[in-house]
Design a protein around this ligand. Structure first.
Ligand SMILES: [Mg+2]
Length: 129
């Protein structure tokens, strides 16, 4: 597995409590992360710093998770980056937010909120082995 600490990780989430949970959960893994408060911010941050992993809340003001993901994928294509972020949707339990929709928008996977350390470890192992 790649050194966890070397991974550049962004969590896009508008809810303050969920931001806090994300920061603390990653801290348990010994990793510090960046936070974006909406999809627009996530896109701008990704343009500057090519994150390896982005956890993307589905419902955010300004730009939601699906649109932000599409924009990020377009940016990756247009800029002919060899880099491609792993984007994982943070979903509620609504079925409309499920897998098909996420994958169609170019996401790699999805995870139900709240973020749990065990699931996070599994996710990182899956994509960064
Ligand atoms: Mg939200």
């Amino acid at each position: 597995m790649r050194e966890l600490k070397e991974l550049k990780i962004l969590v896009a989430e508008d809810n303050r409590i969920n931001q806090r949970i994300a920061i603390l959960t990653f801290k348990q893994l010994g990793v510090s992360i960046d936070i974006a408060s909406n999809g627009m911010e996530a896109l701008e941050m990704y343009r500057k710093k090519q994150y390896d992993l982005i956890l993307m809340d589905m419902q955010m003001p300004e730009m939601d998770g699906l649109e932000a993901t599409s924009e990020i994928r377009s940016f990756e294509q247009q800029s002919k980056m060899s880099h491609r972020a792993v984007i994982v949707a943070l979903t509620g339990s609504e079925p409309t937010e499920k897998r098909d929709v996420c994958l169609e928008a170019g996401m790699n996977d999805y995870m139900e909120k709240p973020i749990q350390e065990k699931l996070l470890r599994g996710l990182i192992a899956k994509f960064f082995n």
